[in-house]
Write a protein that binds this ligand. Structure first.
Ligand SMILES: C[S@@+](CC[C@H](N)C(=O)[O-])C[C@H]1O[C@@H](n2cnc3c(N)ncnc32)[C@H](O)[C@@H]1O
Length: 190
């Protein structure tokens, strides 16, 4: 990632802290810890929630199958040039400049009913509770049986939301990251 991206993220983070929840984007180390849960050989539909300037998006695109599609949701206008540039270069990426609860609508656009994986860095700690619950329940509804919902957090405040939506959550502590992070993984079982 270039310094230009880093500065842009910092500026957006400060300006819209109640939307981004952070002033720094995820480290490569955390991205890898999140994506190690994905079976890239077999995944055909991945949905990313809260793509920012595309740091996790790039990692996913690098690893995903040529026939896999990635829908990346992001609400902030100033991140669009970064995501649109990625989508111009790689037609497997569909940028959803929209709020993440509209998962069903965007899956319809690519003729997919369900996703194999959700990868989220949405800052549920700063988003309204009802919006968070709506997004996670829509993700649970649109996840294939056996699929995983993978969420990055810097605290365990929102853990109960995933327990409620999926009935299970596995907590992975990424202690070598600064700040230490949690990758929460829930499986769609029923
Ligand atoms: C913590 S940042 C993560 C950015 C990037 N994925 C990373 O890991 O560095 C969270 C992102 O979620 C976006 N966001 C917040 N609310 C959203 C919503 N309702 N739908 C889609 N994106 C949202 C923010 O604008 C921000 O870019």
């Amino acid at each position: 990632m270039s310094m230009k991206n880093r500065i842009e993220f910092f500026k957006e983070g400060i300006k819209h802290i109640k939307t981004t929840g952070t002033i720094t984007r995820s480290s490569n180390f955390v991205c890898k810890k999140m994506l190690k849960h994905i079976d890239f050989k077999n995944a055909r539909v991945i949905v990313e929630l809260g793509a920012g300037d595309g740091v996790i998006t790039k990692h996913i695109l690098k690893k995903m199958h040529p026939d896999c599609k990635l829908i990346a949701f992001e609400v902030l206008d100033n991140f669009m040039p970064f995501l649109n540039e990625l989508a111009e270069k790689d037609k497997r990426l569909i940028v959803a400049h929209d709020s993440a609860e509209k998962i069903g609508e965007y899956l319809d656009k690519i003729d997919a009913q369900k996703a194999d994986y959700f990868v989220s860095a949405l800052p549920f700690v700063v988003l309204p509770d009802d919006l968070g619950e709506k997004i996670v329940s829509e993700a649970a509804k649109h996840l294939k049986k056996g699929g995983l919902y993978i969420q990055l957090h810097y605290s365990l405040v929102a853990k109960k939301m995933y327990e409620k939506a999926f009935g299970n959550v596995d907590v992975n502590f990424v202690f070598l990251n600064v700040p230490p992070a949690f990758v929460l993984v829930s499986e769609k079982r029923a």
